[in-house]
Design a protein around this ligand. Structure first.
Ligand code: SF4
Length: 199
């Protein structure tokens, strides 16, 4: 990470390989959301300015990446919220590992996962109002909706990445009506996630 920072800056900070242009959602600062995994991880951040690696990467970082939040803004958010965030560590970790904004310089594939992964790795989902396996409908898990939407919208960019083959194969199992329903639900979610606030 130190090597990346010192050899690639300052251009590294502008990288946005997935053309992610949305605001970091307001609930990333407040924790005010029905998503239990996000609410509890942000709540812990507010109380202790700390969350462990998997909460950073596979809950909060994951949500921002699936949503399509601007990578440098995610870095600014990370710098503001975590007591151990320092620019040279945070920038390559957030832009590279977490948001896959550097076209694979740090990580060979995006850490993209659905709510099913969070359900398998934690106890958040059992008491959440959303269902991790559902991508559409009132009880659809936003992670799962945005996961399939992320794969669809980045298909062309990531198609040649052989490590993504399994995920794209599963995407291809969905029929056109499922794709349409997921896109529609994802657009609705994105529209509800646009209130950016900075410290
Ligand atoms: S169901 Fe989805 S939103 Fe709720 S805790 Fe699980 S992963 Fe998070």
């Amino acid at each position: 990470m130190r090597g990346i920072y010192w050899t690639r800056m300052p251009e590294y900070a502008d990288r946005n390989g997935l053309d992610a242009e949305l605001d970091v959602p307001a609930f990333m600062w407040t924790g005010e959301t029905d998503m239990k995994c996000v609410r509890e991880s942000v709540g812990q951040l507010i109380d202790h300015a700390y969350a462990h690696h998997i909460q950073r990467l596979m809950v909060l970082g994951l949500f921002n990446m699936l949503l399509g939040a601007r990578p440098y803004d995610v870095h600014r958010w990370h710098m503001s919220m975590y007591v151990d965030a320092i620019d040279w560590v945070s920038l390559p970790n957030v832009l590279g590992m977490s948001q896959h904004a550097d076209n694979g310089l740090v990580g060979t594939k995006p850490y993209a996962a659905s709510g099913n992964y969070i359900n398998k790795m934690s106890d958040y989902c059992a008491k959440c109002r959303f269902k991790p396996g559902n991508a559409t409908g009132d009880d659809a898990c936003p992670f799962t909706t945005l996961y399939w939407d992320f794969l669809s919208r980045n298909r062309n960019r990531l198609n040649s990445n052989r490590r993504m083959g399994f995920q794209f194969k599963n995407l291809d199992r969905k029929d056109q009506s499922e794709h349409r329903a997921i896109r529609k639900q994802a657009e609705k979610l994105k529209a509800g996630c646009t209130n950016e606030t900075y410290l």
